[in-house]
Design a binder for this molecule. Structure first.
Ligand SMILES: Cc1ncc(COP(=O)(O)O)c(C=O)c1O
Length: 352
């Protein structure tokens, strides 16, 4: 994503990203509740203890949770714990770790990324086979991890069977599977499956679980699904500056998200708003919806001058400067009125 940020004149609720939304009221209430009294620091608190139980309920008895501050940190610490100094990570070209983390996986974890062209944002066994090369060749960084994103950076969703096939392929070749789940809740809502059905049960080893884009103030979690896949994660989290001393505030938010169905309600809603937007915008002559709308993002192409005028009214990013493709993301707090007003503005700008 290379465009300038949204115009300051844009309306309060735009479509730039799901991390531009505020904090869900139930999360704010959980923060207030967690604020009583003193608690042990660095994860010794009652909220983090409860989070461990809640995460095991979703992902299985072997699951271990490590709350962190942000998604980049979750990815870097996970990948580091899954690999060696001489390792390489196979990922789609569009992977956030490849495009939007300022080279952190390379710089901080010292890993070589092997980005694979995948127009729909998804790796397949065939793509992994073509690009994970040079096993045992001391001239080559050794492919150790396959990293997939669910839902993907281009708004698509892997089925559980597709993930199982990727994991089987990776494991057969001695590699591990990392999932960047910044929007994993949106994928679960889209698939109508429990979280574990396409993570633990599909063979994913480590998940970066996303909270920020689904209503949290801040906070994500590394969820280790296969404890044999990581080494020294607790130390790497600290060395990687992702260990919160007041961890109770990150954990309390994640508990509030995952204990009931808030994670699913929010994700279902943002997905539904994206479908509504794609339907309405897709009916406007001159707008082409470019990709399947499977989660909470819509990718479209429209005339550049109309996109510029529209951007002055609603925030959104250009996804691809070369093609002019734009990205519209819906959030837990996007309303039907927001979508309808945006769709009407799109129609107005294209007719003008
Ligand atoms: C797919 C994906 N992974 C990870 C992240 C992590 O981002 P951050 O480090 O900003 O929390 C993002 C944020 O945009 C993302 O879209």
């Amino acid at each position: 994503m290379t465009s300038p940020g949204p115009d300051p004149a844009a309306r309060a609720r735009g479509f730039a990203s799901d991390n531009q939304a505020g904090v869900h009221p139930e999360i704010l209430a959980a923060l207030t509740a967690a604020n009583a009294g003193h608690q042990p620091a660095y994860g010794g608190d009652t909220s983090t203890a409860r989070l461990r139980e809640v995460v095991r309920g979703h992902f299985g008895e072997r699951a271990e949770v490590f709350p962190v501050f942000n998604g980049t940190g979750a990815n870097v610490v996970s990948l580091q714990a899954m690999s060696e100094r001489w390792s390489a990570v196979v990922c789609p070209e569009s992977a956030h770790i490849n495009t939007d983390e300022c080279g952190a996986a390379e710089k901080v974890a010292g890993l070589k990324l092997i980005p694979v062209p995948a127009p729909d944002g998804k790796l397949t066994p065939e793509l992994i086979d073509r690009h994970a090369r040079g096993f045992g060749n001391l001239q080559r960084a050794q492919p150790a991890v396959v990293s997939i994103t669910q839902s993907t950076e281009v708004g698509t969703v892997y089925t559980a069977a597709e993930i199982a096939a990727v994991a089987a392929c990776a494991h057969e070749r001695g590699m591990l599977v990392h999932m960047d789940g910044a929007r994993v809740a949106n994928a679960a809502a889209a698939l109508d499956l429990p979280l574990r059905a396409f993570t633990t049960d599909a063979g994913v080893d480590v998940l970066s679980f996303g909270g920020t884009k689904n209503g949290l103030l801040l906070g994500e979690a590394i969820v280790v699904l296969n404890p044999d896949a990581v080494r020294g994660l607790a130390y790497l989290r600290k060395a990687g500056m992702q260990l919160a001393s007041k961890m109770r505030y990150v954990s309390a938010q994640l508990v509030a998200l995952l204990e009931g169905d808030l994670w699913l309600r929010n994700a279902r809603h943002s997905n539904a708003m994206a479908r509504r937007l794609a339907g309405a915008a897709g009916r406007v002559p001159g707008v082409e919806i470019r990709r399947p709308v499977e989660a909470n993002a819509v990718f479209a192409v429209l005339p550049a001058d109309a996109a510029e005028r529209l951007r002055k009214r609603f925030a959104f990013y250009t996804w691809d400067e070369r093609t002019g493709e734009v990205r519209w993301v819906c959030s837990f707090d996007t309303t039907e009125d927001d979508v309808d007003a945006f769709a009407a503005a799109i129609a107005e700008e294209l007719s003008g």
